[in-house]
Structure formats: structure tokens, C-alpha cells
Design a protein around this ligand. Sequence first.
Ligand SMILES: [Zn+2]
Length: 371
Amino acid sequence: MHTQTLELLSGSPGIRQTLQVLRFGAPGAGPKVYIQSALHADEVPAILVAQHLAQLLAQAEADGRVLGEIVLVPFANPIGLGQYLFGQHHGRFDVRDGGNFNRGYAELATQLAASVRPLLTNVVAHNTQVIRSAMAQAVEALTATTPTQDLKNKLLALAIDADVVLDLHCDTDAVMHLYALTPQAAIAEQLGAALGARAVLLATESGDSPFDEACTRPWFDLQRLLPEFPIDLACFGATVELRGETDTSHILAEQDAQGLCTFLAQRGVLSGVADAVRGPQCAPTPLSGSEPITAPHAGVVVFHRNPGERVVAGDVIADVVDALTGTVTPLRCKSDGLLYARCGSRWAVPGKRLAKIAGTSLARTGKLLSP
Ligand SMILES: [Zn+2]
């Protein structure tokens, strides 16, 4: 294991922040995998999984079982890790300007289409190489004026030429689930099976350019922008939600790290992983069919259903109890599906998303992720 420390742009005199990068295997020896934890810095189960995973990968490397290159960033957001405000940790948004740490990554496809068009041929492997190299150059040329922008650019530079990108997060109160690109459903299902995911949510664009899509969507977009050339979807990416924010357990983290190793073996970057292949626990469903249960007015939230439960259209998921009148408003779901996540607070403001259901009957449009 090789440890690298990258220094982030300083936002203030005397303040120095660094990013730790763990490297296993050798560049060019096989597929490249990039894994990062807790880009939303308060989603700490991912940090624990990274610690267990680092041990497994160090052992695999000592045994000569790393067939390619694995880059692991065990805490991807040192800026957010330090954001304590009035006794509370705030790791999702940058307190400097309110920006979400997992949105607004560089969208490269249009600029890449122009730069690679003269270099592409009718050979897929050649085109993959040309596009990868152009992507790396484009990310290298990105500039930053704030520590957060610098962090985003540095993370993207570490991941952009990988065959597999896994962004490890968690939800507030949830079962294991993940997000990936629709045309990569088969690999997403394989990852979901390895991790025991209860929901696999697919979209071609979920909105506002989250990290995994900044790595995967350029390939998909280039296929549409340059239809005259054969272009592979050469990067599989997923955002993995490692259950809820309080789900820190050595047993679960060890199990998740083993599940990731199973998937890495299936993708050809590890060998000698015990064959623990499990069948998928769910079929992938469209992210556009994920139903948010939304509070119509302020009040106290009383849940009737738990994460991991199957629900049918018309079921009462929660009540919202009005503090002025005592009126109880039951909130029913429109979809059959699996309740995969709930909010943490039991006080609702109008419009707050209280729960999410992986269904198939809705077809939402616009921005599909939580803000
Ligand atoms: Zn997150």
C-alpha cells in the first residue's frame, strides 16, 4: 500500500487541509478501480467500510492478488469533516456558500467531443484510450478559486480514468441501496447483489452532476454526440448508500468490505476472493419511479412503516400531526415498491421529503435526487 497526501488549496492564511489517497497494485497492470468514502462528510459508515476495505486490500496486495490498480480515498471530504456549527456536524453542504459537496462536478462531454473527434477511428479500444487521455487532460486543466472547488477537481482527477468508480455514501435511515446509469443495469445489479442492496435505482441523468455521473456520463454523452464512431461505456460508476447514518458496526462494515472485494473480483481487479456470490435481492428500478413521501404542512412526523418494508399503493407511510390544531394528516404512497429510506428528524416543514419508495409506476422528470 502506497500512501499519498495531497494538499488542498488554502482558503485562509494558516489553514492547511490534506487529502489522503491509498494506492494498491500497479497502474496499467489491469483495470483501475477508484473508491471514495464520505464525500458527504457526515455519512461516516462509509469511512468505517474504507478502513476494513483497506485492510483486505493490503492483504490482497501482500498476497499478489491485486491484478490492476485500486485507488482508495478513505475520507473524501476533509473540509466537510471539520464543519461543526453550533454543536452539529454539517457535512452535506459547504458552509461557505451552501453548495452540495456531491453536485456541480465538471461536465466534460461537449468539450471532449470537439477535441477527440479528429482522433477517433472505428476501433473501440483505440477510442477508449483516446477519450481517457483527453478526459485526464481536461480535468487536469480545471481551475479552482476555493478549497471546495479544488477538492472536487482533485477527486475527479483521481477517478476520471478508472474503469470502475464507487462513491460510498449513506442515507439518513435506510437499507442498502445504490444509484447507477440505466445502460449499465447489469453491472449495477452485480454490485447490488455483492452488497445485498435492497434497491438499485437507475437514471441516464439524475441532475446537477453528482460525482459518479461526472465520471460515467461523458461516455454515454459521447456515444450520442459522436454516433459515427464506436464508443464503449468504459467507466462503470455507482453511488452506494451504506444504509443509515447511525449504522456503524464492525460486523456490517466487514461484510460490506467483503462484498466490495467480491465485486472487484468480478470486475477482474482482484483474484483469490472466496466465492461468496449472492443472488440479487432486488431488480433494478428507474430513479424516476422513486416516490418521495412529502409533508404537505408542518407538524410532528409519526411513521407507520420502516425501511426495508414492501408497501402497496394506498398504504399509510406516515402521519403529520399539526401542532396548532392537532389534525392528523395521513400520508399514503401512490406506488407499490420498497420503502428504502426515511428522514432523521421527526419535525416536518412543508415540502420536506419524509421517505422514499423504490417503485415502478411513477415517471418523475427534472432533478431526481434530494437537494
Ligand atoms: Zn451522500
